[in-house]
Design a protein around this ligand. Structure first.
Ligand code: FAD
Length: 463
């Protein structure tokens, strides 16, 4: 890289990345923001500059439209925003990205990663059949194109599952049934965390409103679902499940699965930043201090990547991380931290309650049936992993050699958690002991031209 480095390169234009860019620009720093989506907003405010102004705004609700102001301030803040730009490498010299128009390198003195969250894999029988998608994917269809699916069955647990059902109701779309897979015991354990949640009541009020609307709509809600199978010849034709009242079957052509979200940490894993297993959120996340600093002095983190906290906490963490970086550059004012830190701490009060209430069942994270596919890219089934464990395979990285799990195009992004937890279960270890795939750059598929640096490079940084 030959050009003068920017102060900060940001990966991700969700609430965290946008807030960080605004705060850094307000302190006169040079900033570029890269995001693989065509417009800013991240997962929650996806396409908000367009959808937030049309009929979809009423369907998606005020929490979605709240992103309009942030996205507009971001677009006006003077950061060099690159859309449809997938970052495939970060390092102490900056980052590399690819896009349909060609990619390049961006030299930067600091990198702030705000890649947010992704849905947790839900490896049950038949989850790869056509007709089966995730609830998040169903929501993406509404946000990007207003598309919906009549008569779908929603299966799983977590706030997002209920939110998407509610948004479907707002859109006037028929929902066939909702199968709630959370264990009843979760409620008792979550009650211990209720005082914290009550101290930040807006989430509880919202949750009660969603549940009441779903009940009023008369949707068949089946609780305490302990096993799920999606069945069909070539495509989904029915869902079978077991609950306290026995076994059931419902014919359906579409099912949306969801059991929570987890940090999208591939890029920080590949950067060899320190990570730890969070047993409450059942996920790997980078080790950060209160300002988003990692063990690498060139790398900071903001938003759900640092631990699932929700959009408002993500936005505040972006601001906090930005102020800390600005202070390091001698461009900030240390006291700026106090107010956003306090507001963020308040936002996070509800998390222990939600994490425990919606903790996904062990059997739905670590499949019990031998035939269930664990790695979709390489069609590795649970039986393959069990056979490897029986032969003494000690961890996810060695499992690649035994089975090719995690070796396909997604490079373990979709199966990593299932592989680690399943292997840990089979070896009677904790996921922290079993470890995770050793992720390498490039973290997303890129062209040979991008890697060779043949496409547009530093020259277009300011365009
Ligand atoms: C599918 C889905 C839907 C959700 N919907 C809602 C909702 O409706 N309401 C709600 O309250 N919460 C929702 N959440 C949770 C929500 O994502 C977060 O609480 C919040 O958006 C976190 O903000 P963030 O800035 O940390 O990350 P995000 O909003 O996730 O933004 C991360 C951004 O990083 C970009 N990115 C990731 N990797 C790369 C890369 N390698 N190169 C370039 N760009 C990259 C992504 O395109 C994305 O725009 C959803 C989560 C998911 C996974």
């Amino acid at each position: 890289m030959t050009s003068e480095p920017l102060d900060v390169a940001i990966v991700g234009a969700g609430p965290a990345g946008m807030a960080a860019a605004i705060a850094l620009r307000a302190r006169g720093m040079s900033v570029a923001v890269f995001d693989e989506q065509p417009s800013p907003g991240g997962q929650i405010y996806r396409n908000v500059l367009k959808a937030g102004r049309d009929r979809r705004a009423a369907i998606l609700g005020p929490d979605y439209v709240a992103g309009l102001d942030l996205a507009e301030r971001f677009m006006a803040c003077g950061a060099d925003y690159k859309s449809r730009a997938t970052v495939w490498r970060i390092g102490e010299d900056g980052l590399s990205w690819s896009s349909p128009q060609g990619g390049g390198d961006c030299a930067a003195r600091r990198v702030l990663v705000a890649t947010g969250a992704m849905e947790r894999p839900f490896p049950v029988e038949g989850w790869t059949l056509p007709g089966v998608m995730t609830a998040g994917a169903a929501q993406i269809l509404i946000k990007t194109s207003g598309a919906v699916a009549d008569d779908a069955v929603f299966i799983g647990c977590g706030p997002l599952l209920y939110l998407v059902v509610y948004q479907y109701l707002q859109a006037g779309v028929r929902v066939r049934a909702l199968l709630d897979t959370a264990e009843p015991g979760n409620r008792i354990k979550a009650a211990l965390h209720l005082p914290g949640a009550i101290a930040a009541p807006s989430y509880l009020v919202k949750g009660v409103k969603l549940l009441a609307a779903i009940r009023r709509a008369g949707i068949a809600v089946h609780r305490n679902v302990s096993s799920v199978a999606l069945v069909g010849e070539g495509r989904l034709s029915a869902v079978r499940w077991t609950d306290a009242s026995g076994s059931h079957e419902l014919s359906c052509e579409r099912a949306f699965l969801h059991q929570g979200i987890v940090p999208n940490a591939n890029i920080t894993m590949a950067a060899r930043c320190a990570h730890r297993w969070n047993e409450r959120q059942l996920s790997w996340q980078p080790v950060i201090d209160g300002s988003g600093r990692t063990n690498l002095d060139w790398l900071s983190i903001a938003g759900d990547l640092g631990g699932i906290g929700g959009a408002r906490a993500a936005e505040l963490s972006g601001e906090i991380a930005a102020v800390a970086i600005a202070n390091d550059f001698g461009r900030g004012a240390g006291r700026d931290h106090a107010a956003p830190r306090l507001r963020r701490a308040r936002e996070l009060l509800v998390r222990p309650f939600l994490d425990v209430l919606y903790r996904p069942r062990d059997g739905m994270r670590q499949p019990r049936l031998d035939d269930v596919i664990i790695c979709r890219c390489e069609e590795v089934r649970r039986r393959d992993v069990a056979a490897a464990a029986a032969q003494g395979c000690p961890g996810p990285n060695q499992l690649k050699a035994f089975t090719r799990a995690g070796m396909g195009p997604c490079q373990g992004r979709l199966c990593g958690l299932t592989v680690g937890e399943t292997l840990a279960g089979l070896r009677e270890e904790t996921p922290a002991q079993a470890g995770y795939f050793r992720i390498r750059m490039p973290i997303k598929p890129v062209t040979v031209g991008d890697i060779a640096g043949l496409s547009t490079t530093q020259g277009d940084q300011g365009s």
